[in-house]
Write a protein that binds this ligand. Structure first.
Ligand code: CAA
Length: 258
C-alpha cells in the first residue's frame, strides 16, 4: 500500500520506517500515525524482518503531535477517539525490536515516540524536549512517565516544567540515548545495530526484549523470577542448541532468522 506521510523500505532482514512530512518538521498528525501503525503491523507480520528502524529527517525526527490538527479539540472528542493512545502505542507493543534513529528535533510527541522504541541512537545535532508546557498542555504520549524512568525525577521535572531542550550529549549522559554519532553516520550505525539484532535467533531476541521491557513494569523480585523462567525455557530451543554447539565447535552459529 502506498504511504503518504512516511516511506517504508527493507534492507535485507531490517525494516526502515521514515517519517516524511519535512515541511511540518514531521509533525505527528493522525494520518501519519495511522501509517506508522500500519507499517509496524506489516513488519511484525513479515517473517523475513527481524528488527526495524524508525527515523525522520536531518532537521527533525519529529517536532511533536500536530498542533494545528489538535488545537480545537475538546475533552469528549479526545476521550471518544482515545486521542494519542489508539495508534501511537503500537510501537511500544511491537514484539520485534525497533530502534529510533534520531537527528534534529525530537520534541513532545517526537521525543515520546522515540522513547517508545527499544533504544535511541542519536545524531550529535539531536535535540530532545517535552515543550508541551509552552503551549499550555502537558505531555500526552507517555512523556511524564517514560522520560522519568529513563532520566530520573530531577531531570524529567526540569524538562517537563521548563520545556527546555536537551542536546544529544546530555541525553547520552543521562541514559536517554544509547549512542551518539555524527549525522552522516546515523543510518549506517542504526542499520548495523538492527542487522546484528535481526541476525540472532528470532525467538531469543523476542524473549530478551520482553524481559527488559518487564523491568519497567514489575518489582525486582518478580522481574528476576520471570527472567529465570524465561532463561530456563530457552534451553533445548534451536537457538540455544546451535549457539552453544557453535561455541564448542569454534564456528559461527547459524541462527534461525525467521
Ligand atoms: N505541529 C504542527 N506544525 C508544526 C509543528 C507541530 N508540532 N512543529 C513545527 N511545525 C510546522 C510549523 O508550523 C511550520 O509550518 P509553516 O511553515 O506552515 O508555518 C514548519 O513546521 C516549520 O516550523 P518552524 O517555522 O517553527 O521552524 P523553526 O526552525 O523556526 O522552529 C521548532 C523549529 C523549534 C521545532 C518549532 O517548530 C516548534 O517549536 N515546534 C513545536 C514544538 C512543540 O511544541 N511540540 C510539542 C507538540 S504537543 C505534543 O507533542 C503533545 C504530546 O505529548 C503528544
Amino acid at each position: 500500500m502506498p504511504y503518504e506521510h512516511i516511506t517504508v523500505e527493507t534492507r535485507d532482514n531490517v525494516g526502515v520506517i521514515t517519517l516524511n512530512r519535512p515541511k511540518a518538521l514531521n509533525a505527528l498528525s493522525g494520518a501519519l500515525m495511522n501509517e506508522v501503525a500500519e507499517a509496524v503491523d506489516a513488519f511484525e507480520g513479515d517473517d523475513a524482518i527481524g528488527a526495524s528502524i524508525l527515523t525522520g529527517g536531518e532537521k527533525a525526527f519529529a517536532a511533536g503531535a500536530d498542533i494545528k490538527e489538535m488545537k480545537d479539540k475538546v475533552y469528549m472528542e479526545a476521550y471518544r477517539e482515545d486521542f494519542i493512545t489508539a495508534k501511537w502505542e503500537r510501537i511500544a507493543h511491537s514484539r520485534k525490536p525497533i530502534i529510533a534513529a534520531v537527528a534534529g528535533y525530537a520534541l513532545g510527541g517526537g521525543c515520546e515516540l522515540a522513547m517508545m522504541c527499544d533504544f535511541i541512537i542519536a545524531a550529535d545535532n539531536a535535540k530532545f524536549g517535552q515543550p508541551e508546557i509552552t503551549i499550555g498542555i502537558i505531555p500526552g504520549a507517555g512523556g511524564t512517565q517514560r522520560l522519568t524512568r529513563f532520566v530520573g525525577k530531577s531531570k524529567a521535572m526540569d524538562m517537563v516544567l521548563t520545556g527546555r531542550m536537551m542536546e544529544a550529549d546530555e541525553a547520552e549522559r543521562c541514559g536517554l540515548v544509547s549512542r551518539v554519532v555524527s549525522p552522516d553516520r546515523l543510518m549506517e550505525e542504526a542499520l548495523t545495530a538492527a542487522k546484528r539484532i535481526a541476525d540472532y535467533e528470532r525467538n531469543t531476541v523476542m524473549a530478551a526484549k520482553e524481559m527488559v521491557d518487564r523491568a519497567y513494569e514489575t518489582t525486582l523480585a518478580e522481574g528476576i523470577r520471570f527472567e529465570r523462567r524465561m532463561f530456563q525455557s530457552l534451553f533445548g530451543t534451536p537457538g540455544q542448541v546451535e549457539g552453544m554447539d557453535a561455541f564448542a565447535d569454534k564456528r559461527r552459529p547459524k541462527f534461525n532468522r525467521s
